[in-house]
Design a protein around this ligand. Structure first.
Ligand code: ADP
Ligand code: MG
Length: 469
């Protein structure tokens, strides 16, 4: 047994060395380093990957290489399989210590085979049956705070660090992909960190219902009730799911009351405020609103930019400011989509081995960008251009003629012509009632300057890309 573990790790180490030489340090660090060897069974070596994204990428790009190297080193290995395993992030230092300790060569003192690591990190989950696995990336440290989510973030932290239950329940709500689940997991991690003995149960409302129905079918509703009522903290995600489901609601209502009565913390998330929940009994709605209700607003440009910076840094990628600004402007739906966009451009850049530019970004994300588009209006253009050149929006229609103001105004007219269907007289009207010949002159002027001044041209192209449909 101990021989096997040692050889397993050293085989993997050897393969890593070969791969590193083959694909280079950067790709190695991004795609291979997160993998962990699990075991070999029936001629199949199994590697654990932390996320589906990495698994898909590795299986397309590196699996064959890994297989080839492996069967050369160990002819018993015919195939390699990648499995997604929930283990706390490798960025989490404490866990990293555990994991790297376990991939050290096996010694007599350390009576612990490497695969044990995963069990250790999930130990707490196993205590409570039905507990959903917590995502290791969803921590407070990884949550970027901005105006739209600062209240929810503060409330989440308060509840995690509180010695006594003050707000009950904490009700977090907001649109899709804005970080509700992330915050819920962060609370669970934090409570565990503060006090590992507190029993925290996190699950989705869907899972709650599923377990409830199961308990009815198997006639063990007592055990079901017991399980929920014995926890210190109950977290139910996406509670809107039980809208219209009467008996589940009834059961949930009782569970909820029992916990609150015993002064146990309850934390709920939903896509709407308690009073706006559909198909929900009045008494439940009103009960849900008793504690602290915190909403997460749609993202702002600043928050999106902050998230992009944090994520690309975390992934060890340098992405130019222009590209990030571009993404923050143009992907204005959910954080989930923003992350998806970032992953896609990084994956693409790795694939073609070239740096990420504005052009490739636009190319790779064409469909996503289109979906995020709303039609640009002349006002949008004026605002954007004014912001860019740091002049006042009102100067777009003022009669001031100093160059520092007239030039941006001309650029805005030029963009209005290229990005909207407005006619020259219409454009003129929107710029303080100017004549269409003035607009024409502006367009010519901008064309002329773009041909002669490279910096100016880059600016205009950048602005255009920012707003283009
Ligand atoms: P919701 O549950 O509200 O639909 P999630 O919590 O699943 O949304 O968030 C979607 C994705 O966006 C997750 O990968 C999450 O980590 C990320 N995310 C959302 N908000 C933030 C934030 N403020 N900082 C960092 N990541 C975020
Ligand atoms: Mg969610």
């Amino acid at each position: 047994m101990s021989d096997l573990s040692t050889s397993l790790d050293s085989q993997w180490e050897e393969i890593c060395t070969l791969l590193k030489a083959d694909i280079g340090d950067l790709y190695f660090k991004n795609w291979i380093k997160p993998l962990r060897v699990v075991d070999i069974e029936d001629n199949e070596a199994r590697l654990a990957v932390p996320t589906r994204f990495i698994r898909d990428w590795v299986s397309v790009h590196y699996l064959q290489k890994i297989q080839k190297h492996w069967s050369k080193i160990n002819p018993d290995v015919e195939t390699v399989d990648l499995i997604i395993l929930d283990f706390p992030s490798l960025k989490n230092e404490k866990t990293e210590a555990i994991i790297s300790e376990s991939i050290e060569p096996y010694t007599e003192e350390a009576q612990r085979p490497p695969q044990k690591t995963f069990i250790i990190s999930n130990e707490q989950d196993d205590k409570i049956q039905g507990m959903a696995a917590l995502d290791p990336r969803f921590t407070f440290e990884n949550f970027v705070v901005g105006k739209p989510n600062e209240l929810a973030y503060a409330a989440a932290q308060r509840v995690s660090d509180a010695k006594e239950v003050t707000f009950n329940p904490l009700f977090l709500y907001g649109g899709v992909g804005l970080g509700k689940t992330h915050l819920m997991h962060a609370i669970a991690w934090q409570i565990r960190r503060n006090n590992p003995n507190r029993r925290v149960l996190y699950l989705s409302a869907e899972k709650f219902m599923y377990q409830f129905i199961r308990s009815l079918r198997f006639k063990d509703t007592m055990a079901f009730k017991e399980q929920f009522r014995s926890v210190d903290v109950l977290m139910i995600d996406d509670v809107q799911f039980i809208g219209g489901k009467e008996s589940t609601q009834e059961e949930f209502f009782h569970t909820f009351n029992a916990l609150v009565d015993q002064n146990r913390q309850v934390i709920i998330s939903a896509d709407k405020s308690p009073s706006d929940l559909e198909g929900m009994e009045e008494r439940l709605k009103s009960r849900l609103g008793w504690g602290l209700v915190a909403d997460i607003h749609p993202t702002t440009y600043e928050l999106r930019l902050g998230i992009l910076q944090a994520k690309s840094e975390k992934m060890g990628y340098h992405i130019s400011e222009k590209v990030m600004e571009f993404l923050a402007h143009r992907i204005n739906s959910s954080v989930r989509e923003l992350e998806g966009a970032l992953n896609r451009i990084i994956a693409h850049s790795q694939l073609v081995g070239r740096e990420i530019t504005l052009e490739t970004t636009q190319d790779v994300l064409r469909d996503l960008l289109r979906a995020n588009d709303r039609r640009v209006t002349i006002e949008d253009i004026q605002r954007k251009v004014a912001e860019h050149y740091k002049i006042k929006m009102s100067d777009m229609s003022s009669s001031r003629r100093v160059r520092a103001i007239a030039r941006p105004r001309q650029v805005a007219m030029y963009l209005a012509k290229h990005l909207t269907d407005a006619s020259l007289p219409e454009i003129g009207r929107k710029f303080g009632g100017r004549d269409h010949t003035t607009v024409m002159h502006a367009i010519d002027k901008v064309d002329e300057l773009m041909a002669s001044d490279k910096n100016f041209s880059e600016d205009v192209v950048f602005l255009k890309r920012m707003m283009e449909a």
